[in-house]
Structures are given as structure tokens and as C-alpha cells.
Design a protein around this ligand. Structure first.
Ligand SMILES: [Zn+2]
Length: 189
């Protein structure tokens, strides 16, 4: 008996005043295992966010760690967050790069690294979305016939579409990622 026939039979049973076969949905994968994995992913994500927050909110020290100059200007704060030294040190650093003829290269690497982290974020969010939306489930004993019908339809309608959309997006992103990585590698000294 397939899913549709089951529903038909259940409806017939109800019409006849009989008790329909009871079934419920249960995820195919072991629920504990799945939960554990989700918790791990969540924890790792939280850890990563916390690390980002620490970097973002890290209090700028009073003195530049490189030149020991007092840091107080807003620009110093901004520079410290980005490069771990004061504005003057950054100006000096960039000037030296210019003199050495490496400034363009450095800037290009900076842009590429930003692109790479953007691409990685996108890939991660698609993986998460896929994981969230395409959880497979299997039918066992039931709770409500109508619910099952809706769930089954929702799932089978979406699954293919989700697979296709995420596959396309991931392919494109991975292609971009490879290109960016290749460019970055070409700088590696
Ligand atoms: Zn400094």
C-alpha cells in the first residue's frame, strides 16, 4: 500500500466510523545522533561568532603595540581592529609597501581575502539551509491524518527543488572559491 492508498483507506475507515491505522513521522536518521550533530554545528558556530565578537569588541589598548604611541583617535581604534596597530603604523606600513612596489599586490590580496570569506559564508548558509529544509523522514504510527498528508506533500515538493537550487548555487560558489584561491595562491611567497 502506498502513501496515497493509506490515506484513502484511513478516510474510508473514518467515514465508516472505524479507527484508522495510526502512524507518525519519525526522522530516518537516529534522532539522538542527529541532535548531537546539530548541537555540535551550533556550538562551533557560536564559538566562531564569539571569536568574531571578541575581535570586534576587543578594547583598543591605550598604547599601540608596535610603536607604543598613545592611541585615542577613532581612526586608531579602527586601524587597531583591522591591523593590530595604530593609524600611523598603518600609514608607515602602506608607504613601505608602496616603496617596495608591493602595495597593489597587498590591496589585491586584501580584496581577495574578503571575497573568500564572503564566499565561504554563502556556502555555509546554503549548507545550513539545505540541512534545515530537506530533513528526510519516514512514516510510522500516526498522530493526525491531515498533518501527514501536508507534511508528505511539502517534503516531496520541496526536496527536488531544494536539491537543484542548492546544487546550482554551490557549484557556482565553489567555482568562484577556486578562482579566488588560485589568485591568492599566486601571491604566496
Ligand atoms: Zn603605532
Amino acid at each position: 500500500m502506498n502513501e496515497h492508498q493509506r490515506h484513502v483507506k484511513a478516510r474510508q475507515d473514518i467515514m465508516k466510523g472505524n479507527t484508522p491505522e495510526k502512524r507518525i513521522f519519525v526522522h530516518m536518521e537516529d534522532l539522538d545522533e542527529k541532535k548531537k550533530r546539530q548541537d555540535e554545528v551550533k556550538l562551533e558556530r557560536e564559538r566562531r561568532n564569539a571569536r568574531m565578537d571578541v575581535l570586534k569588541d576587543a578594547k583598543t589598548p591605550w598604547f599601540c603595540p608596535e610603536c607604543d604611541k598613545v592611541m585615542k583617535k577613532r581612526l586608531d581604534n579602527k586601524m587597531y581592529r583591522l591591523y593590530n596597530h595604530c593609524m600611523d603604523c598603518q600609514v608607515k606600513f602602506e608607504n613601505k609597501l608602496r616603496i617596495d612596489g608591493k602595495f597593489e599586490e597587498w590591496e589585491e590580496q586584501k580584496v581577495l581575502n574578503n571575497q573568500l570569506s564572503y564566499i565561504n559564508d554563502q556556502i555555509q548558509s546554503i549548507e545550513d539551509w539545505k540541512d534545515q529544509t530537506s530533513k528526510p523522514f519516514e512514516v510510522f504510527d500516526q498522530v493526525g491524518i491531515k498533518d501527514i498528508e501536508l507534511e508528505t506533500e511539502k517534503w516531496s515538493d520541496n526536496k527536488e527543488q531544494i536539491e537543484e537550487m542548492s546544487k546550482e548555487a554551490l557549484e557556482e560558489l565553489n567555482k568562484m572559491k577556486t578562482e579566488v584561491e588560485e589568485k591568492l595562491n599566486s601571491f604566496a611567497i
